[in-house]
Design a protein around this ligand. Structure first.
Ligand SMILES: [Zn+2]
Length: 568
């Protein structure tokens, strides 16, 4: 497929060419589909996909990744390049790339070519077709999604399945290098790191009495959209031809094709890694220029704060930061970049950090509270209007558990009771609206019951609504900043296990402990922080589904398991 955007300037000509390309793609797709759907071929592909040894594939890829990380740490860049090539051309990595894009959230959203990979045969064929030979990325499909609580919409680009898989494939080789070169206190989109680690670092850098008291809150203007392509092409350690394809793919909106001259392909798997790479190096710059001045950078994706001893220092740092960002095609938003005293407090990733009489308290931010109440109101008073009580409770518990876990390590007791109170008011309204002719007592007796010592529990039989106030505050264990997930995997898996022991609720916890945190199906470690990654399924030892016992598996493993199971 020729890349459609080159040498075309007139939009109408561009459009004509686009349509021609589209038609060609369609006919090619028909030919390809009919070839792959031919039964013997399809059956063979099906068998090949369903009999893949995923554990073996993952182990092989992690070994290569570890070698890349090691070479990068020793600054042996030629070895890095060689190993990356090896990885990008290995069957196992290709299989994992296809698995990733066919089991994640966007798997049912096609790109401009309208192709989806849903059957095992399609997936297998896709993996066999992944190659950089003559690779041309197709333009992204531009959609606008609503921003939470805002009127303006956010643009999002959707690559085709093939391009997504290519990005996932190259991300496998790029991430180990990015981990080595990354800033120490950068936490967003990093393997084994979380928002909680960022919060913990802010605590470490600002809590004690002798710490810097001023903070520069940096807001980078449309970070993902403006990163300089020249900078990326010069500095990102990966295959330049492929990277150029990712960056210059252009996008389609309506029937028009637009070129992309800056920014990373948002919506692609590789974007967060590229954005992180573009923002790395700020820490070194600060340490070199403001040595011994208690200047620390804490960054989560494009949200960043820098500590400073005086207001003047902060202004200086802001000037320095502006210069270094400029080299990467980025700039600070003049209105949203603020210099704040710790006594006045500032927000970052859902929390408010502020000193009260010299003591640093971290609480859920006002914005985070607003966001949860509007989600609850949406679920109860709009979508949940006609739902049975039981279904509503299950839905609400999911939201509450997730939100509660996020804020569990901070001073959230007060906020939790406050949200519980708001929740009660909403549920009362929900119940009243269902029975406009009934009295208060009748409604209360129908939906609220006494459970143990507690009155007013919103429950239906055994299904009861979680109360946020019951969530215990558990301190977060600090991360050792010099550990690398590719070079010190044991440290990270131990940390995951310990976290799971503290955080998982009882049905999960027992199964988790019995399986020692390993997936029942592939035998590899699971991540307890991302609870969508596992599911409770009923499986016997022979692997046939029946109500024998509950096990935990990776979500992708479970999907593959369902796929390979004989139907009917
Ligand atoms: Zn698994």
């Amino acid at each position: 497929m020729p890349c459609p955007e080159r040498g075309l300037t007139c939009p109408r000509r561009r459009m004509a060419k686009m349509e021609a390309n589209q038609q060609m793609a369609n006919s090619q797709r028909r030919v390809a589909n009919s070839a792959s759907e031919a039964l013997p071929n399809r059956a063979a592909l099906h068998v090949e996909w369903t009999s893949i040894n995923w554990k073996h594939a993952e182990q092989l890829v992690s070994r290569l990744q570890a070698r890349i990380a090691k070479a990068a740490a020793e600054k042996k860049w030629r070895t890095v390049k060689k190993l990356q090539y090896l990885l990008a051309h290995s069957r196992c990595a290709k299989l994992l790339a296809v698995r990733k894009v066919t089991t994640n959230k966007g798997k049912r959203t096609p790109g401009v070519d309208k192709v989806l990979w849903s059957t095992p045969a399609q997936k297998m064929k896709a993996a066999l077709c992944l190659t950089d030979k003559g690779y041309k990325a197709k333009p992204l499909k531009r959609v606008y999604i609503e921003k939470k609580g805002k009127k303006e919409k956010r643009p999002l680009g959707i690559p085709t399945m093939h391009d997504r898989a290519m990005q996932a494939l190259y991300a496998i080789g790029l991430d180990p290098v990015a981990e080595v070169t990354a800033d120490k206190r950068s936490f967003g989109f990093r393997k084994g790191r979380s928002c909680h680690d960022a919060m913990q670092q802010i605590f470490i850098c600002t809590a004690a009495g002798n710490r810097a008291e001023w903070v520069l809150e940096g807001d980078i203007k449309g970070c993902f959209d403006h990163i300089s392509h020249d900078w990326l092409l010069e500095n990102v350690p990966m295959d330049k031809t492929v990277l150029k394809q990712f960056l210059k793919a252009g996008y389609v909106y309506g029937r028009d094709l637009f070129p992309t001259d800056e920014g990373t392909p948002q919506g692609g798997v590789i974007s967060p890694i590229l954005a992180n790479l573009a923002l790395d190096g700020i820490e070194d710059f600060l340490h070199a220029n403001y040595k011994g001045q208690k200047v620390n950078l804490i960054r989560y994706a494009d949200d960043l704060v820098i500590t400073a001893v005086t207001y003047g220092d902060a202004i200086n740092i802001k000037a320095g930061l502006t210069v270094i960002l400029l080299t990467r095609g980025l700039e600070l938003s003049p209105t949203k970049t603020l210099i704040t005293h710790i006594n006045d407090g500032y927000d970052l990733i859902g929390w408010n950090f502020r000193k009260y009489k010299g003591k640093l308290l971290i609480k859920p931010s006002k914005k985070a509270i607003k966001s949860i109440t509007s989600t609850l109101s949406e679920k109860i008073l709009r979508k949940g209007k006609a739902l049975p009580q039981k279904t509503l409770i299950i839905l609400l518990n999911q939201t509450l558990r997730g939100w509660g876990n996020y804020h569990q390590p901070v001073c959230a007791k007060e906020t939790f009771s406050h949200v519980d109170y708001i929740l009660f008011k909403m549920l009362w309204q929900w119940a009243k609206r269902r029975h406009p002719k009934k009295g208060k007592r009748w409604i209360a007796a129908k939906y609220w019951h006494q459970v143990g010592n507690r009155k007013w529990v919103f429950c239906d039989g055994d299904t009861k609504l979680i109360s946020l106030s019951d969530i215990k505050i558990i301190r977060h264990t600090a991360l050792k900043l010099d550990k690398n997930p590719y070079l010190d995997p044991e440290y990270f898996s131990k940390r995951k296990l310990a976290r799971a022991k503290k955080h998982l609720s009882s049905p999960f916890k027992e199964v988790w402990t019995r399986q020692k945190g390993l997936c029942h199906l592939c035998g590899l470690p699971m991540d307890s922080t991302e609870d969508y990654q596992y599911e409770i399924v009923n499986v016997t030892a022979s692997g046939v589904s029946c109500a024998a016992r509950k096990v935990l598996t990776h979500k992708h493993c479970f999907e593959l398991f369902c796929e390979s199971r004989p139907k009917g």
